[in-house]
Design a protein around this ligand. Sequence first.
Ligand code: NAD
Ligand code: ZN
Length: 353
Amino acid sequence: MVSKVIFGRGCFNQLADILSPRRLNTKAPFIFFVDDVFKGNSWLTSRIPLSYDDKLVYVSTKEEPKTSQIDQLVEDIILTYKERPSGIIGIGGGSVLDIAKAVAIMLNNDGESKDYQGWDLVNTEAVYHVGIPTISGTGAEVSRTTILTGPERKLGINSDFTPFDQVLLDPELTKDVPKDQWFYTGMDCFVHCIESLNGTYLNAFSKSYGEKALELCKEIFIDNDCTDEESQDKLMMASWHGGMSIAYSQVGVAHAMSYGLSYLLGIKHGIGNCIVFDHLEDYYPEGVALFKVMKKKHNITLPQCICANLSDEEFDIMIDVALSLEPLWENAIGKQWKKIITKEKLKALYLKM
Ligand code: NAD
Ligand code: ZN
């Protein structure tokens, strides 16, 4: 679990107070990874407390984080500074938060980041790391994974050393998120709730968080029609609770298939989940019905026929990526999932997208 968290509009201003006791010495910098959407945005960047050798690194989110990108960032830091950094701070959406987590881990663990994709492969504690979300939904701020696309697969580094040491939740930072992206990333949270609450791994811990997150999602996306301040606050908490819910259970069919789309076609997580979930009425009938109501209410048009021109080999790649995520299928379907989920079934589903 994340050991320290603060919440509130404007709490971003407390960042300097939070970081200063953590500075190891003047030669051990804080490295800030910031979504490049904030380049030139002095409202945010002027409040990032840089001193001594601290560095601000803008990160593009055009593509989702890759293992090669993490290895390069880590090498740059090691070559530039004599000392290990005092801390790594990620300011952005799920992509930037995951980059901060992965870099913090790899600064203290030998080898390449692809070697740690999987469950509980990290041996040494990460460098102190702080997460500051600027868009709500992924739950990356609270989860024990950092999802990376490697040479062979898209898979998280899931470990006890992955979660942030400190999270700063300031809903004001989400005020300029574009409407479509607000929906896609918000639906990531909704899908987390549905997959967790309908999974075989469900337990009282996950259920209590999942139910709260789902209730908040319904208030935000169905009862309300806006992205006003109250909705921003609520979505930030929904994301947190949705993340907590899957931390102690698992995601399911939509995520497994969306990873396939992402690996082969580079389709991003939020929109990818929406594209898949739209066709999962056989697996999550109530959730999909609700999703369609929200999609209509917010005038969202999803891309169609994205798999229309794929070759058999390409389908195989997507299906293999999806099927390799065994815990997700076991959670969704049960221990006997291999008898129920076939390659043909997944191909038929992908063909609908
Ligand atoms: P993202 O980080 O790519 O951000 C989406 C878009 O919103 C980007 O274009 C970004 O520049 C923009 N944006 C962010 N904050 C903004 C702001 N305040 N104002 C204007 N624009 C803003 O996408 P995401 O949906 O947040 O995250 C997706 C990533 O998170 C994927 O890589 C996915 O694998 C990962 N993920 C991780 C976890 C986890 O537990 N670690 C969970 C779910 C998803
Ligand atoms: Zn997700």
